[in-house]
Design a protein around this ligand. Structure first.
Ligand code: ADP
Ligand code: MG
Length: 137
């Protein structure tokens, strides 16, 4: 079993797509081991995306992620990291495969509806960033 962190980003949340995305998560066989609604501060978003702090889009990204509510979920499944990345599609929704979440609900490379961890190690680290031991069921 592997863990990945999913975030329903402020664009998808504001568009009312949270329930549809959670339905996809469940139907794709992920077990939700923790879930909460959260409005990130700019500092929370900067901490989460620290690996991107030298990138030109860092300020845009962290402003967007702190612009409204998100739903964060820690997900467990066999090959959770790569499976979730398959389900969400490429970073740029325009290039994403049909039927992926980013294709269906994303707007552009920045406002792309959802987050997914990029490795099993980061899946754990990112889950621990948002959830206490007591919240991870
Ligand atoms: P992914 O979320 O697919 O793993 P990255 O880790 O490369 O993509 O980037 C993290 C997030 O930063 C993306 O999901 C997207 O919201 C934002 N981002 C990435 N590249 C750009 C860009 N060129 N311009 C604006 N925002 C970007
Ligand atoms: Mg990434």
């Amino acid at each position: 079993m592997e863990t990945t962190l999913a975030i329903i980003k402020p664009d998808a949340y504001a568009d009312g797509n949270t329930g549809k995305i959670i339905d996809i998560i469940i139907s794709e066989g992920f077990k939700i081991i923790a879930m909460k609604q959260i409005h990130l501060s700019k500092k929370d978003a900067e901490g989460f995306y620290e690996v991107h702090k030298e990138r030109p889009f860092f300020n845009e990204l962290t402003s967007f992620m702190s612009s409204g509510c998100c739903v964060v979920l820690s997900l467990e499944r066999e090959n959770a990291v790569s499976k979730w990345r398959d389900v969400i599609g490429t970073t740029n929704p325009e290039e994403a495969a049909n039927d992926t979440i980013r294709k269906k609900f994303g707007k552009n490379t920045g406002n792309n509806a959802v987050h997914g961890s990029d490795s099993a190690e980061n899946g754990i680290l990112e889950s621990n960033y948002f959830f206490s031991k007591r919240e991870l069921i």
